[in-house]
Design a protein around this ligand. Sequence first.
Ligand code: NAD
Length: 411
Amino acid sequence: MAPLQAALIGGGMIAHDQILPSLYQLQRQGVIGEISVCATEARFLKSLLDSENISKAFPGQSFRPFPNLSDTGVYLDLYKQVIAGLPPRNIVAVAVPDQLHYAVIMEALRHDQHVLTVKPLVLTAAEAAEIEQEASRRGLLVGIEYHKRFDDRSLMARRRYREGWFGEFRLGTACLLEKWYYRHSNFQNWCTVENSDAFTYIGCHYVDLVHFITGLLPVSVSVYGIKDRYPNGNEGFLWTDARVLWNNGASLNVQNALGFPDDAPGSNTQGMVLYCSGQQKGGLLAHSDQYRGLEYSYVRPPEGPGATVYAEPSPDYFQYVDLGGGGLVPVGYGYRSVDFIIRAAVRLESQAGTLEERRQMLRQFDEEGVMATPANSRYNELVIEAGRLSILNGGREVRIQYEGEPAVALA
Ligand SMILES: NC(=O)c1ccc[n+]([C@@H]2O[C@H](COP(=O)([O-])OP(=O)(O)OC[C@H]3O[C@@H](n4cnc5c(N)ncnc54)[C@H](O)[C@@H]3O)[C@@H](O)[C@H]2O)c1
């Protein structure tokens, strides 16, 4: 079988920081073949090609750019041609703004492509259901790239929680605050009040993780959002405080923002503490997810926004290391997560011949629950839908109902 081709739709920050280098590494290993990248404008593609980190890591590797590098137009629909140009049952990787995921994923499925998408899958449960049905009908994979699941600490916690070592989750807090400078990025053009908010953008990671570890389902969400202006004058809910209640009565507080000081060490601040109870004792599960024990103080200021002389880098999300052989090798759960999903698509194509065999393997992925799929992580879209309804209603409680057609409604 020839290696699968990959088309990456979206060429912004996450494409640069994680998705494209992971695809290059898989290409280097012969797991995938040709890579195309499509963005709205050629300038995005040029900055991917000019990236010093990526060029150093993958000398001699490149992608087919859409539009052409010399083109100065803006293309909102070019991704349709790129997807149509792929032979059936290859891979489309989706890395466009949150509110565009649905259109791109459906386009890919209608052209019989497997899909890897950055989180969140989509913004409503109804759209997620449609994606699930279309993918299942055609025997296609849709893997949602919740990379925190592939952090070994999450997998350790999941295994131990499910073996009963912590008891039952009761009260918890989680936070993920990105640095202030994010406000100056392309975010200001789309992560605005009407499209998204800090909870939708990054809070979903910890909601997903609490389910991933405990197996509990969220049943109620309230999100209080504070609006701030971006440098270009657009308004966004750039600070959010959410309360998520679970089906055993547990409560998780989640704080998110684009507001962690640029001068602070680490590329963000994040972590989670879960207090639990069992066997007449208290259980505790605490993860410091930004401070991972490294303290560096450089002798010259590093380049790039948010880069500080004193730094606490995470070795665990995504780093390039020199293992010899030319170039650099990406390591960390950011890479492992993409690797896992792409290899699942490759397994489907190489080991499951008929539609029924592919469906059987897809059901196995759903049941194992390691990779988030539309069928096994619907709670995420319900939380996001509930969160959007809540934040637009001043933080009112929104309940999630799972019986019948899953739905959300103001309490
Ligand atoms: N921690 C995470 O998991 C994480 C981190 C960052 C971003 N993300 C997700 O990744 C997605 C993209 O975020 P980003 O930070 O890269 O955004 P970005 O604003 O930096 O880049 C968006 C890219 O999408 C492209 N795009 C927009 N509309 C398009 C269209 N119609 N056709 C083709 N390309 C189009 C733009 O040209 C740009 O290259 C979002 O859904 C975001 O939530 C996830």
